[in-house]
Design a protein around this ligand. Structure first.
Ligand code: CUA
Length: 320
């Protein structure tokens, strides 16, 4: 492919444009097409700029005479009509070919991802595992992902791993997801969806099959109980307050799905769709006032005092 013949240029652009640092066959094809279109457009820009500059110089006003006008130059008209049509046609055909070969079709999904304002719900059909903002996948396998929305239109995109796919309420779509190298890949919502669209991020963690299986098996287990008195106080507070109206904790009476599932919250790398690293300090900051960190998000400020926050952190940090 074009892309692989130009590794140095690819590397240069890859640092700025993740789509040019692909880690799957699908993403490679998209990266190549992007580079072809980009370079052709760059060449067109150079030619047009040169022509404009030449014209400005050669035909600049030298006296007050209106320059002679030439109408109906058949040669030039053909020249500026035919090549652009051919270029656009070529781009269209290349894109159409890629869209067709990339299509995941409709079928049994390996993973279901539901977009919410402003976070990602992740389910694994056939397993009880439910997580949020973090998708684990086994290395080298082409997985069919069904994407949906719980509210407005979002768009699922992991630039290094595959194409974008819009997430539309009541209309599931399918997209391939594959990683050929182990690692953590950034994903993001790429359709404007309200206040916190910019903080609707997620991670894709690609790991060897055996490691993935262990992870999935752990995620499917019910939540651990409270490990100490502080955590128990936090647990009591969690169920006495309104937390369970929005969140689920596997194996308890909390089963709501309006907010992220918290069953294994403590094992995740980030909080609130990428805005914070998941540390006990950040979890406390979040509980103290989510609106300060992510204004407009669906979780209100409950005006919790420091003791309540500490107890809740002790409980939630035990959910591994
Ligand atoms: Cu969801 Cu933008």
């Amino acid at each position: 492919m074009f892309y692989s013949h130009h590794p140095s240029l690819g590397l240069l652009l890859a640092s700025a444009v993740p789509v040019l640092d692909p880690a799957s066959k699908d993403a490679k094809a998209i990266g190549s097409l992007f580079l072809i279109v980009f370079l052709v457009c760059l060449a067109i820009l150079a030619v047009i700029s040169a022509l404009i500059c030449t014209s400005l110089y050669r035909f600049r006003a030298q006296d007050n005479n209106f320059p002679p006008q030439n109408f109906g130059r058949h040669g030039s008209e053909t020249l500026w009509a035919v090549p652009p049509v051919l270029i656009v046609l070529t781009f269209s055909l290349l894109s159409a070919k890629l869209i067709v070969s990339d299509s995941a079709g409709a079928g049994d999904p390996d993973i279901v991802v539901v977009g919410h304002q402003w976070w990602w719900e992740v389910r694994y059909p056939g397993s009880r595992a439910v997580t949020a903002n973090e998708i684990h996948i086994p290395l080298g396998r082409r997985l069919r992902v069904r994407v949906e929305s719980a509210d407005v239109i979002h768009s699922f995109w992991v630039p290094q791993l595959g194409p974008k796919m819009d997430m539309i309420r009541g209309h599931p779509s399918f997209v391939w997801l594959q990683a050929d190298g182990a690692g953590i890949y950034q994903g993001a919502c790429s359709e404007f969806c309200g206040d916190q669209h910019a903080w609707m991020r997620f991670l894709v963690i690609a790991e060897p099959e055996s490691q993935f299986k262990r992870w999935l098996e752990r995620q499917a287990r019910p939540a651990l109980g409270a490990a100490n008195d502080t955590a128990q106080a936090g647990r009591n507070f969690f169920f006495a307050q309104t937390c369970a109206n929005c969140h689920a904790v596997g194996g308890t009476s909390a089963v709501a799905t309006a907010g992220p599932d918290l069953t294994h919250l403590a094992g995740r790398r980030q909080l609130a769709a990428g805005i914070l690293d998941k540390t006990p300090e950040n979890l406390a900051r979040w509980l103290k006032n989510p609106q300060e960190i992510k204004p407009g998000c669906q979780m209100p400020n409950f005006n919790l005092n420091d003791d309540q926050v500490n107890e809740l952190v002790a409980y939630l940090e035990g959910l591994r």
